[in-house]
Each structure stands twice: as structure tokens, then as C-alpha cells.
Ligand binder design. Structure first.
Ligand SMILES: [Zn+2]
Ligand SMILES: [Zn+2]
Length: 181
């Protein structure tokens, strides 16, 4: 069932034996802080008035390396079991009652509808890898000429050290000027 590009499943329609939902959706920076694509399956099973969602998904994504600025493959897997509870129980918890699934990953839904796309987006946000560099070996960009040092050494490396120092000193002067100091 797709409504406006989003897959919603009515909780009371989930059969007692459970059901599988296939997911294939684009990810956008605006919603999950990364562009990419998520593919996988969600198994939904009613249990004691709640719904257990077993998520197995693969995210294909590319990020720009914070050192060399080149794009690298930053994909990851999501393998999580969520207990889906109505958002009204969140309010119950705030009032001091404990939810049964204290240590479990929770997903809150509204109006008796599980929004599978939103559930996936939440998991993407929670699972985005902290990796911000293409490789721990990445040499980054030359601070003087901006060349990608993974490709090879730039001309700056061949210059004598004091000459490099002058370039840096001129650069510092420039920054001070622009600050109006
Ligand atoms: Zn890099
Ligand atoms: Zn250089």
C-alpha cells in the first residue's frame, strides 16, 4: 500500500502470523542528512498489543571525504528489531509509567498506522557511520596548493622548507588583512 510515496500499514491489518514488507526508497539529505538508497525487508509481527518490526536493510550512500573532498562509498547495513508502540504510550511513559521494552529500540506510530518509510529514515539517522574520511590513510589536500596528495606529491613538497614557510606567512598576512586587523 503506497500513499504519496510512503508505505503505511494499518496495525490492525497485520495478520497474527506476521507479514513481510519490501522496502526500496531514496534517501535525501534534507530528511536523513545523506543522499542514497535503502533496500531491504521489514517483518512485522503483532505481539501482546504491540508490533515487533525486524528490519534488515542495506543503505547505498556516498559521502565526501573531509580530508581530500573526494566521494567515497559510505554504505552500511541496518539490522535491528524494533518494538512499535502507539505514540500515546510515549505520553504514558512521561507520566511516570514504564514501557515494557525498557532496553529495546522503540518506534512510535500515530493513528494506528505504521509509516514504514519514516521508520527506515529514523534507523538511517541512528545508524549513519561516523566515518568522515575515505580511508584512515587518506593524505588529504596540500594546505598550500590544494592538490589531492593521494594522487601523488605536489610541487610544494619539492620546494625548500623556508620557501614554503614564506607562502604560509603571506597567507597569514592575507587573512589578517581580510579581518581588518
Ligand atoms: Zn580522502
Ligand atoms: Zn602543494
Amino acid at each position: 500500500m503506497r500513499i504519496g510515496g510512503s508505505m503505511r500499514i494499518r496495525v490492525k491489518d497485520i495478520p497474527a502470523e506476521g507479514q513481510d514488507a519490501a522496502v526500496d526508497m531514496p534517501l535525501t539529505k534534507g530528511r536523513t542528512s545523506m543522499d542514497g538508497r535503502l533496500k531491504g525487508t521489514v517483518n512485522l509481527r503483532p505481539m501482546a498489543g504491540e508490533v515487533v518490526a525486524s528490519v534488515e536493510a542495506v543503505v547505498d550512500a556516498k559521502s565526501a571525504c573531509s580530508r581530500c573532498l573526494e566521494e567515497f562509498d559510505n554504505g552500511f547495513k541496518i539490522d535491528v528489531v524494533l518494538v512499535c508502540v502507539p505514540v500515546s504510550e510515549l505520553e504514558a511513559e512521561v507520566e511516570g509509567k514504564q514501557l515494557s521494552g525498557d532496553e529495546l529500540d522503540l518506534h512510535f506510530y500515530e493513528d494506528g498506522l505504521l509509516d514504514i518509510n519514516r521508520m527506515m529514515e529514523e534507523q538511517v539517522i541512528l545508524n549513519i557511520p561516523m566515518q568522515t574520511v575515505c580511508s584512515s590513510e587518506c593524505r588529504g589536500l596540500c594546505p598550500l596548493c590544494g592538490a589531492n596528495l593521494n594522487v601523488g606529491p605536489c610541487e610544494c613538497a619539492k620546494r625548500p622548507v623556508d620557501e614554503r614557510f614564506h607562502v604560509l606567512r603571506d597567507f597569514m598576512k592575507g587573512t589578517n588583512k581580510s579581518k581588518g586587523a
